[in-house]
Ligand binder design. Structure first.
Ligand SMILES: CC(C)(COP(=O)(O)OP(=O)(O)OC[C@H]1O[C@@H](n2cnc3c(N)ncnc32)[C@H](O)[C@@H]1OP(=O)(O)O)[C@@H](O)C(=O)NCCC(=O)NCCS
Length: 149
């Protein structure tokens, strides 16, 4: 049975592995890029794991996601499930662990990413219509989604 656990700085190597797989497999799902993060050193990876990041491990991580606090707004980032493990509730378990009970949260989803959007809508997020470039100079757009409860 796959287990949910919080990753900390000492998990940096296994987090790096799944994060680089995510960026390679879903290059348009994230603001960051594989090339940028392939250049990260151990300290960069450790720093990323000082905030909440949860993984479903089987026994190595097969799904991952994080949360950061931007001026009091919880922002979900880096959600990715290995394609062979999708549709098993891993993202739902990770979101449950990341977002404090009763708290609101936001995330950005690529307007072309119908699968992720459907998953977030099932979870309770709704689109806001607020669009931004995926990353600087990109013609792709992400939409801000919010979870209100
Ligand atoms: C989006 C993603 C993280 C979902 O991961 P997952 O582990 O397969 O999701 P879950 O199995 O927890 O599904 C959660 C809910 O969404 C639904 N769902 C998941 N994928 C779906 C899809 N493609 N279409 C419709 N509904 C979907 C599930 O049925 C489930 O609903 P339920 O709990 O009411 O039955 C995964 O598809 C993924 O990694 N996509 C590529 C990367 C990406 O787009 N990341 C998001 C960046 S914003």
């Amino acid at each position: 049975m796959a287990s949910l656990r919080r990753l900390g700085p000492d998990d940096w190597a296994s987090f790096r592995d799944i994060r680089l797989r995510a960026l390679a497999e879903s290059p348009d799902a994230f603001a960051s890029t594989l090339a940028r993060e392939q250049a990260f050193g151990e300290d960069d990876w450790r720093t990323r794991l000082t905030g909440p990041v949860y993984a479903v491990a089987d026994p190595e991580p097969v799904a991952v996601g994080g949360l950061f606090d931007a001026d009091g707004v919880f922002h979900v980032w880096g959600m990715w499930t290995d394609p062979a493990h999708r549709g098993r509730g891993h993202a739902r378990r990770i979101l449950d662990a990341l977002i404090p009970a009763d708290a609101d949260a936001v995330l950005d989803v690529n307007v072309n990413n119908e699968g992720a959007r459907a998953a977030y809508e099932r979870y309770g997020f709704v689109g806001t219509g607020r669009l931004e470039p995926l990353r600087e100079g990109s013609e792709q757009r992400v939409e801000l989604m919010v979870l209100r409860r």
